[in-house]
Design a protein around this ligand. Structure first.
Ligand SMILES: Cc1cc2nc3c(=O)[nH]c(=O)nc-3n(C[C@H](O)[C@H](O)[C@H](O)COP(=O)(O)OP(=O)(O)OC[C@H]3O[C@@H](n4cnc5c(N)ncnc54)[C@H](O)[C@@H]3O)c2cc1C
Length: 259
């Protein structure tokens, strides 16, 4: 079974971040790392391909500057190859433009299954994979906490507020996974060395047959109009145990309607 995993390469969240003063979007320059959210999708893809007894995982990413650092991490985990779309024309692309680009790149790999994360950790509109599915004409199942494939069908336990729904649909399909769907493996030394020589097919917008006017800032239907600092967190409540701490904790949880 051939699986495509969409992986977003993001600025290292541990490093200082900057916003472009004109577009108010994140400055994405230099080294980009594999988004943690996508490590789960890579692991899920690898496990499904292994369980199917054949096939491989192809990564698809759209990122500036021909950046492959995050892709190499996922290749070191075991993915076979990657498609990277990198083009100056993409600067300022919104989620829909990203979905258009990813859909065209995914088509090239002709996968049985496409996996993405439910949302990224930097932009997190959580809309890109479902827009991509629509453009590909594939069904999509979101918020997967468990995924199994057999007989041309994908079966998903779909996380809900109350528990989970059992959902199934025919392949090919797009599935978005939640953190915890599987435990991502650490790349081994052998994997890291092998990743250096795995193929990364680098494409431009023109290679994908996309009109440059449909993407980038000019083609964006979304605009970041304002950016504000997040509210500072209020201090927590300290419960001092004088024999009734458990009752205080239960009262607190009841107020939040958690019990
Ligand atoms: C107005 C605007 C301007 C922007 N300008 C820029 C810019 O100048 N430069 C820039 O780099 N980005 C820019 N972005 C962000 C970029 O286009 C994002 O990739 C896109 O908006 C989707 O990101 P998200 O975090 O919302 O994805 P989500 O929908 O939260 O992502 C869910 C999952 O979809 C997949 N996915 C999402 N994006 C990608 C990707 N790029 N490659 C592979 N898989 C992916 C991953 O599996 C991800 O975990 C801009 C966004 C907006 C709204």
């Amino acid at each position: 079974m051939n699986v495509v995993v969409c992986v977003k390469q993001i600025p290292d969240p541990a490093a200082p971040q900057a916003l472009d003063p004109d577009t108010k979007t994140l400055v994405r320059e230099g080294k980009l790392i594999l988004d943690d959210s996508d490590a789960y999708g890579v692991e899920m893809g690898l496990q499904l391909a292994e369980q199917a007894g054949g096939g491989e995982v192809t990564l698809v990413s759209m990122a500036p500057g021909g950046e492959t650092s995050g892709l190499r991490t996922a290749l070191a985990m075991g993915a076979a190859k990657a498609i990277l779309v990198s083009d100056d024309a993409l600067k300022g692309s919104d989620a829909l433009a990203t979905a258009k680009v990813l859909a065209k790149a995914v088509e090239r790999a002709q996968p049985d299954l496409v996996i993405a994360a439910t949302e990224s950790t930097d932009g997190y509109t959580g809309t890109t994979p479902v827009q991509m599915a629509e453009l590909l004409g594939m069904p999509s199942v979101t918020f997967a906490k468990k995924v199994a494939v057999s007989d041309g069908t994908v079966r998903v336990e779909r996380q809900t507020e109350a528990g989970y729904d059992d959902v199934e649909c025919p392949l090919p399909a797009v599935v978005t996974v939640t953190a915890g769907v599987v435990e991502p493996r650490y790349p081994s030394f052998k994997g890291i060395m092998a990743a250096k020589s795995k193929p990364v097919d680098q494409l431009t917008v023109a290679d994908l047959g996309i009109d440059a006017g449909q993407v980038g800032l000019g083609g964006a239907g979304q605009e970041v109009t304002q950016v504000a600092d997040a509210e500072a967190r209020a201090g927590g409540e300290i419960v001092v145990d004088e024999g009734d701490a458990h009752e205080q904790v239960v009262r607190f949880l009841e107020q939040l309607k958690l019990v």
